[in-house]
Design a protein around this ligand. Structure first.
Ligand SMILES: NC(=O)c1ccc[n+]([C@@H]2O[C@H](COP(=O)([O-])OP(=O)(O)OC[C@H]3O[C@@H](n4cnc5c(N)ncnc54)[C@H](OP(=O)(O)O)[C@@H]3O)[C@@H](O)[C@H]2O)c1
Length: 379
């Protein structure tokens, strides 16, 4: 088998550097993938911007990357649902606590992934298109279905009768939001969402019945009016600063739960280097104050506002329900579309740093994807 290569970050805040990496060995229940496409996530940019402030358990040098699609080249003990040669999409969770951030992170030619967080791809879906899904889909599922988040009913996903309850997804055009719209609809809920006007038709195609422009200061009030007397099963707040308007909606409706994917401030608003700076102090003070205020204002009204951890599904029944039971069938039937649209930001691992930098400047209803060439065969 060919040697492995990875996009390494040698120290906190550093740019990625491409060099050799150990060939991962798939453990029990794991797959070794030859990676054909990866996507970049805000998490990759945030870890690089925040140094050791979050994910303090990471030992450098480290490899980032959660979203991968590729071909199974080896299966670990106990894997029966996948075989060598299968085309799959998978959530690489190497960055999570207790995992191996070298063997199990996505930005490399070969990666070990949990079979329970992988799904076979229909021949009609390209690796590049599938790579948009893993972290966004998993985070959406965690926010909607985990017991300590919105706790929605996922038992009949893909086969659910239409329900009367509404789910509000603030930030429907985000990768997390677009997957949340589809999952909530597949579980039978009515969905009301926000997006820029140019993305409204797309939100409706994903299944939203109401779409409002979040740039309009009246958006929260418009949503409250649209909900009318309907029962709100929960509010999913995606995008920086989205928790505040979501709290306004919850306070004016029957909602008692808000699941938040994003912090109240952008972690990109700080210099990407070690040490204290005025911008960093200001950012973390704003983060602390806004978080505390939000919690106080929620609790005062009996509303539970909780922060989502996308990887929670890896150790809960939601993971198998989404990755095992729902996704392969939904992709095959076309009922769940890879969202957002893949934008090929480059070819080969060296393109990753530019893609992360581009993501920091912001994207609209697109996911930055890097295509990786098939590794040369052993001689
Ligand atoms: N907690 C977790 O485990 C977890 C995991 C994954 C992601 N996240 C967080 O979830 C958020 C979304 O991540 P992503 O990868 O899905 O993002 P993304 O796709 O890169 O988000 C881009 C989209 O954000 C939308 N947007 C920007 N500002 C908005 C606002 N104020 N209100 C509503 N929508 C807004 C834009 O919509 P328009 O184009 O329509 O303007 C744009 O399409 C990020 O904050 C990320 O850090 C958290």
């Amino acid at each position: 088998m060919s040697d492995n290569t990875a996009a390494w970050i040698d120290s906190p805040y550093a740019d990625v550097i491409i060099r050799e990496a150990p060939m991962p060995k798939p453990g029990p229940g794991q797959l070794l993938l030859e990676v054909r496409a990866v996507a970049v996530n805000p998490l990759d940019a945030i870890i690089q911007s925040n140094g050791t402030v979050m994910y303090g358990w990471l030992q450098y040098p480290v490899i980032l990357g959660e979203d991968v699609a590729g071909v199974v080249v080896e299966t670990g003990a106990g894997v029966n649902e996948f075989a060598i040669g299968d085309r799959v999409v998978a959530y690489a969770i190497g960055l999570e606590k207790g995992r191996d951030a070298v063997a199990e992170s996505g930005f490399q030619a070969y990666v070990a992934v949990d079979a329970s967080l992988a799904a076979i791809l229909p021949a009609t879906i390209a690796f590049e298109d599938a790579a948009v899904l893993p972290l966004a889909l998993s985070t959406a599922a965690a926010g909607l279905f985990e017991k300590d988040q919105l706790g929605l009913d996922y038992s009949r996903l893909g086969n659910a009768a239409h329900r009367a309850e509404v789910v509000v997804v603030w930030g429907g055009a985000t990768a997390v939001g677009g997957n949340a719209i589809q999952l909530a609809r597949a579980a039978g809920y009515r969905v009301i969402t926000t997006a820029s006007a140019k993305n409204h038709d797309q939100m409706r195609r994903l299944g939203a019945e109401g779409v409002f422009d979040y740039h309009d200061p009246e958006a929260a009030n418009q949503i409250i009016e649209e909900i009318g007397g309907s029962v709100v099963a929960g509010v999913l707040a995606v995008a920086v600063g989205s928790a505040e308007p979501c709290l306004r909606i919850a306070r004016a409706t029957s909602a008692t739960k808000i699941a938040m994917a994003s912090p109240p401030v952008s972690f990109y608003e700080q210099p990407r280097r070690r040490g204290l700076s005025l911008a960093r102090i200001r950012l973390f003070m704003k983060l602390g104050t806004r978080t505390a205020l939000l919690q106080l204002r929620s609790r005062a009204r009996g509303i539970k506002a909780s922060f989502i951890w996308g990887s929670a599904i890896a150790t809960s029944p939601v993971g198998p329900a989404i990755w095992g039971a729902y996704l392969p069938t939904a992709l095959e039937s076309g009922s769940h579309r890879p969202y957002p649209q893949a934008h090929i930001a480059g070819h080969g691992l060296p393109a990753i740093q530019d893609a992360i930098n581009t993501l920091r400047r912001g994207v609209s209803a697109q996911k930055l994807v890097i295509a990786l060439a098939q590794a040369p065969l052993d001689s």
